[in-house]
Design a protein around this ligand. Structure first.
Ligand code: DAH
Length: 373
């Protein structure tokens, strides 16, 4: 066994010289202090504290020293590494705090910013008005009924007692999809009114029948301020025992009051429709001036053109011929019907002056009506 190397001079090991160790330590401290962010600090750590860093290499040299020198060098290197570790931890904490503070600012969410990047659309006022009307009748026990827009000529005209040569069938009013093939065949049209749903509803049900039928209808009109080739109607049909014109008038009056205001009245003016007998035009009292503009040039009314009345639509007692076409016994049952245009109602209810605004689909027209559901 060889004796310990008492004469070994640690100063001779370059890497373990006190100045050298201090220099390495100071270099490491300076590098950590200079690291501007966590990435730079990670690199500095690898360079000054990693396995191949000068202080780690120096540490490895210690093993070869004699005991006395080993203890001294160990202490020196240990202290240097301790100081470096401490400085690293401190700088790490500092840079992490800086990063967290920066992230809080940079990634802050402004909760006051609008959250919906795709602006909400709006329900079309024709839809909401239709639904409102349906609600009035559903509350009275009516059922909502619908029919096809592409309709058999038989439902649109024949069953409703239109004579074969009735002018409404002519090409200028009706969009024909398919002409009549044979004498007894029905052609196909785009329905010109919602009245065919009356016939369909009667065929589908046993009386009593109480239906409200909203829907789109078509006529060969040019689009202008007061016409559109596609528009909406609501049809009303009641079939029961003992119904009279008084029931019709009371029912419509209830609708008018629900939609336009308490106490409003209605009036009937004789008219002709092939599917009702007697038939009438139904007017409602002007809900804006309530008649006060009539003969009063000081207070003209735009809504009713100072007439005091607003024309609503056509109505009457269902013609017995229509009841028969729909398989209902006119000796036992009677009924009333009413049909009116929704575009027109929207115009006088909301002062819409140009019908084209209703078909263009511009959300700037639709939005002010609100999102009533
Ligand atoms: N269908 C008719 C039209 O479009 C309106 C109408 C009139 C409907 C009288 C009815 C009614 O139910 O009884 O001009």
């Amino acid at each position: 066994m060889s004796a310990p190397n008492k004469s070994y001079d640690p100063v001779e090991v370059e890497a373990l010289k006190p100045e050298e160790i201090e220099r390495r330590r100071d270099e490491a401290l300076a590098a950590f202090a200079a690291a501007a962010d966590l990435d730079a600090l990670r690199e500095a750590k690898a360079a000054h504290m990693g396995d191949r860093s000068p202080l780690a290499l120096a540490n490895r040299e210690i093993g070869a020293l004699p005991p006395q020198a080993k203890a001294e060098a160990g202490k020196r290197v240990g202290m240097a590494r301790g100081a470096v570790n401490k400085a690293l931890a401190a700088r790490q904490a500092e840079l992490e705090a800086e990063r967290d503070a920066r992230v809080l600012v940079e990634e802050a969410v402004d909760v006051t910013l609008p959250h919906d990047r795709i602006p909400a659309g709006a329900r079309h006022p024709l839809t909401t008005l239709c639904e409102r009307i349906e609600d009035v009748f559903v509350a009275m026990g009516y059922e909502v009924a619908e029919g096809p827009e592409v309709e058999a000529e038989w439902f649109n005209f024949d069953a409703l007692n239109f004579e074969p040569d009735h002018p409404a069938r002519a090409m200028q009013d009706t969009f024909f999809v398919e002409g009549r093939q044979g004498k007894d065949e029905s052609g196909i049209v785009l329905r010109t009114h919602t009245s065919p749903v009356q016939v369909r509803s009667m065929l589908d049900r046993e009386p009593p029948v109480y239906v409200v039928c909203p829907g789109r209808v078509y006529r060969t009109d040019e689009l202008d301020a007061t016409h559109t080739p596609v528009f909406h109607q609501v049809e009303l049909l009641a079939i029961d025992e003992g119904l009279t014109m008084a029931d019709l008038k009371g029912t419509i009056e209830h609708m008018v009051r629900s939609l336009f205001g308490e106490g409003l009245t209605t009036r009937l003016r004789p008219n002709y429709f092939p599917f009702t007998e007697p038939s009438a035009e139904l007017d409602m009292e002007c809900y804006v001036c309530r008649g006060e503009s009539v003969g009063n040039p000081e207070r003209p009314c735009r809504t009713c053109s100072s007439e005091g009345w607003i024309e609503l639509g056509g109505c009457g007692m269902v013609n017995p011929r229509v009841l028969i076409a729909a398989g209902i016994d006119p000796e036992k049952y009677s009924g009333f019907a009413f049909g009116f245009g929704i575009e027109r109602m929207l115009m006088f209810r909301h002062n819409v002056e140009d019908m084209r605004d209703m078909v263009e689909g511009d959300v700037r027209f639709t939005r002010p009506f609100g999102m009533e559901i």
